[in-house]
Ligand binder design. Structure first.
Ligand code: 5GP
Length: 298
């Protein structure tokens, strides 16, 4: 009798666990691309550099349909146009196919590119809960040469917050006066609750002295700075992954289903604005992200 050799039970169990883990990782990568936490170009680069990872093992078909606004019909036309067989995996593309695909991506999903002649005014923005405040605080602590702008706000101080250091805590009448007298570079109502604004004078003084100024403000504020000071450098802070942002946003899940859904919708809209920015920085590690922001600022 011929005996077929089967792998021992434990090996098969381990292989199946690995397959499940790889599939889960591919699903997470596709979600990151769909939510714009990861650029399609970056995923393609990772796949090329490491073909034996889940990025490399992803089929071009599943990769393309993960991109915003690409359905199956469009996907098949694109593959035919680029001369790529649907069975191909990202890590197995030939050099010419890789170039053709990245050209197509650059046209369709342009990555931010540093602009020449920008000023020393740096704006740090990003989706809610991405950790802008922590990164900005790290820059302040380790780069005293950079001025971290202190905003005015109508919200009340939290325990430990010092007036003039964390914020200028003002009442509504004073905030109205700041707006009317043109003393704010930008201002916005954040989270439908309180008003926040950037005092102009300290920034102008620091810039005149040749210092770099960092503003940590919300997206509405960043847009106003772009309009008022077009040569400012706009930095968008990204979470390391969509799952991580969800985790930071809804945490232990103490809020109701409706509030949870609202926060996720907001995050998705906020992430979609990254194309308006000059630089993307991933907050995978606070010290590393802060060092990157400080280097841009110099
Ligand atoms: P928090 O109340 O937690 O300190 O800040 C809430 C939000 O207000 C943060 O997203 C922060 O970026 C934003 N923020 C703080 N200062 C300003 C500011 O001067 N202008 C604008 N537009 N947003 C600000």
């Amino acid at each position: 009798m011929i005996q077929t050799r089967r792998p021992p039970e434990v090996d098969r169990a381990a292989a199946s666990r690995r397959a499940v883990a790889a599939r889960r990782e591919r699903a997470a990568l596709k979600k990151d691309v769909a939510m714009r936490v990861l650029s399609p170009q970056e995923l393609l680069r990772r796949a090329g550099e490491h073909p034996d990872t889940p990025a490399g093992a992803m089929r071009v078909t599943e990769y393309l349909t993960a991109l915003p606004a690409i359905g199956e019909g469009k996907r098949d036309r694109i593959l035919a146009e680029l001369g790529i067989a649907p069975v191909k995996r990202l890590g197995g593309l030939g050099p010419r196919q890789r170039v053709a695909l990245s050209r197509w991506l650059d046209e369709r999903f342009p990555e931010p590119s540093p602009r020449a002649g920008r000023s020393r005014l740096v704006v740090l923005a990003g989706p809610t809960a991405v950790g802008k405040g922590t990164v900005a605080a790290h820059v302040k602590e380790h780069h005293p040469e950079i001025l971290l702008s202190v905003s005015a706000t109508t919200r009340v101080p939290r325990p430990g917050e010092v007036n003039g250091e964390h914020y200028f805590f003002v009442d509504d009448a004073e905030f109205d006066r700041l707006i009317a007298s043109g003393e704010l570079l930008e201002w916005a109502t954040v989270h439908n609750a309180h008003r926040y604004g950037t005092p102009k004078a300290p920034i102008e003084k620091a810039l005149a002295e040749g210092r770099t100024v960092l503003l940590e403000i919300d997206l509405q504020g960043a847009r106003q700075v772009r309009a008022a000071a077009p040569d400012a450098a706009l930095v968008f802070l990204l979470p390391p992954s969509w799952d991580e942002l969800v985790h930071r946003l809804v945490g232990r899940g103490t809020e109701g289903e409706e509030e949870r859904a609202r926060r996720l919708r907001t995050a998705k809209t906020e992430l979609a604005s990254q194309g308006e920015f000059d630089y993307l920085v991933v907050n995978d590690d606070v010290a590393r992200a802060a060092a990157e922001v400080a280097a841009l600022a110099r």
